[in-house]
Design a protein around this ligand. Structure first.
Ligand code: OXD
Ligand code: MN
Length: 585
């Protein structure tokens, strides 16, 4: 064992007082042993192995089903370094407060030591983390979501350069639940939760919050983005696109998109990642990206053969299902699944459930944890140590009225403004009210590990270092008509928008300059085989002056709220330029 890890493990054990310490090696034999143990303690249930090979079922505590943003803290010595969008505690206060909760929290339990690697082996992008946890469910999930065990220790060698993550379920009491990040110490302390987004520390905590901080200091970017490959089979040209959407807005679906039948001969989409992108500029000035994860932690409800046929195939084996319905015939079900609702089952709260029940059977944020390599459309280069070259970046959110189906920013700086001013309706991925509009810059509001204004400055600086910065687009799949009905069919049909983006990026499509950016003419969106009213695409691409005036006022308010003196002048300039252009409509 690496001696730095060992010293820290021993120190931590003095605080948390586990009965046993188990070092995780990532082997198959170990997986078998841990699975048996978790089955014996009923932390997981084995599903019908004929229909669901190597699949298991788990329920979290009822009060513990989503990320808890109000209990998530960035703990920097200087409060302003955490910035206006993060909760802050001073590191001494946070360590003291959480130490009291961690004290003895693992008594009677095992502490697992999980070394893990984010990113492929042999890649300059990759980083090592070690998570200490008293949850066997965490170990089994980390095995899917990261490259876990020996592989990580081999990369680490004698080095002390690893992210220290400490997790204890403690008593799962919300009053003693905290997710604290200490970017200046490369440390994460998470206590009182068993929900994935709070406890699989390689994911949001490390790969976004800590990594965004490391990226700023080291000159790279950690983003809440899917990465997909789009191949035009006619020309043989392939592009990689990274796209940021807030949580539970369809990143997994877009990453695994199946082209509509009418365009299937022409286009192919492959998946590099569905949630997180680490991006660096290579020696030629090209932005390249890796997916640091090894699996998908996807939202189950609504996942079916129409919304995401590739996900349906991915989760057929070696998958952990959390907080969905456990059916009487030992399978799983959720609202919006392919299967008819089971006559009988157990809901996510552990209560008997039938289709006549008033409440939903699956929690709206119920999840599957599945291996990326089981995805039928996984990209051949998804583990390339060099990453894939990114030619376009997409921002998007749920907007009922404002944003058109797609537009292109004028240049990198304007694109950063477009990302910085993203807003979207909240979803069930985080605790709190659903459907409330909030600003979510670059979909990183819950995940930026430092001052968001410095983050914007970092984006601007990165653009200057690239030879041909990716073109930046905005999309909105969620525009509604006067009656509140969605105007765009979404899902696989989104390929039609991706195709325009790729053509535009390749310099093969025209666009009209408008007040908000470059828009395609309605005829430039290929609607072959799509039954949609003739003027719908035109409507989807329309810009309403009064709606945008309201938008500008809300951006002004947002900038006013976050500007602590560090909001880059370039973004304020972009706002004034946008306001002037809108006025002229
Ligand atoms: C996720 C999230 O789980 O964004 O990916 O909440
Ligand atoms: Mn996410």
């Amino acid at each position: 064992m690496n001696k730095h890890v060992e010293v820290w493990v021993n120190e931590t054990a003095k605080l948390t007082k586990p009965d046993r310490i188990v070092y995780i090696d990532g082997s198959d034999a170990e997986k078998e042993r841990l699975t048996k143990e978790a089955l014996a303690t009923k932390e997981i249930t084995e599903l019908d192995q004929k229909r669901y090979p190597d699949c298991y079922y788990h329920r979290t505590a009822i009060n513990d089903v989503a990320r808890v943003e109000h209990l998530t803290f960035i703990c920097t010595m200087n409060k302003q370094d955490a910035g206006p969008t993060n909760n802050w505690m001073s590191p001494p206060d946070a360590y003291a407060k959480l130490s009291a909760i961690f004290d003895g929290s693992m008594k009677g339990r095992t502490m697992y030591v999980i070394p893990y690697l984010m990113g492929p082996a042999n890649s300059a992008f990759s980083k090592v983390g070690v998570e200490l946890t008293d949850s066997i469910y965490v170990v089994l999930n980390m095995r899917i979501m990261t490259r876990m065990g020996k592989i990580a220790l081999d990369v680490l060698g004698d080095s002390a350069a690893f992210v220290k993550g400490l997790h204890s379920k403690a008593d799962l009491n919300e009053d003693r639940r905290f997710i604290c990040h200490f970017p200046e110490d490369n440390t994460i302390w998470s206590v009182g939760s068993g929900y994935g987004g709070n406890v699989l520390l390689g994911k949001k905590c490390f790969s976004l919050r800590i990594a965004s901080f490391l990226g700023r200091n080291e000159g790279w970017m950690a983003e809440h983005m899917l990465i997909l490959g789009l191949k035009d089979k006619k020309t043989g040209e392939k592009q990689y696109i990274a796209a940021a959407f807030p949580s539970a807005c369809g990143k997994t679906n877009l990453a695994m998109l199946v082209p509509p039948a009418a365009l299937a001969d022409r286009y192919e989409v492959t998946t590099v990642g569905d949630d997180i992108a680490w991006m660096r500029i290579d020696d030629n000035g090209q932005l390249r990206a890796i997916n640091p994860e090894y699996g998908f932690f996807g939202v189950a409800p609504g996942t079916n053969s129409k919304s995401n046929p590739n996900a349906v195939k991915t989760i057929k084996k070696e998958t952990i299902f959390t907080n969905v319905v456990h059916t009487a015939d030992n399978g799983v079900w959720w609202e919006g699944s392919d299967d008819a609702a089971p006559a009988n089952g157990t809901d996510w709260k552990g209560n008997p459930w039938t289709p006549a029940s008033k409440e939903k059977g699956a929690n709206p944020n119920s999840r599957f944890t599945a291996l990326a390599k089981n995805c039928p459309c996984i990209d051949p280069d998804w583990e390339s140590p060099k990453g894939v070259p990114i030619s376009a970046i997409i921002f998007g959110g749920r907007r009922a009225k404002t944003a058109p189906l797609v537009y292109e920013s004028f240049n990198w700086q304007h694109g950063v403004f477009v990302g910085a001013t993203m807003a979207s309706e909240t979803t069930a991925a985080a605790a709190g009210q659903v459907g409330v509009m909030r600003n979510d810059p670059m979909a990183m509001k819950p995940f930026c590990g430092y001052n968001v204004n410095d983050y914007f400055a970092h984006w601007l600086a990165m653009g200057k270092k690239m030879k041909n910065p990716p073109k930046i687009f905005n999309v909105n799949w969620f525009r509604q008509d006067e009656n509140g009905a969605f105007m765009w069919p979404g899902y696989g049909e989104n390929l039609r928008v991706l195709a325009w983006i790729a053509a535009r990026t390749a310099g093969k499509a025209t666009a009209s300059e408008t007040a908000i950016g470059n828009l395609p003419d309605a005829s430039a969106i290929d609607t072959t085989g799509l039954s949609i009213p003739a003027d719908m695409v035109k409507k989807l691409l329309s810009i309403d002056k009064s709606v945008w005036e309201t938008e500008i006022a809300s951006i002004r308010k947002f900038f006013g709220e976050i500007d602590d003196g560090r909001l880059p002048k370039e973004l304020k300039d972009e706002l004034e330029k946008l306001a002037a252009r809108i006025q002229k409509i």
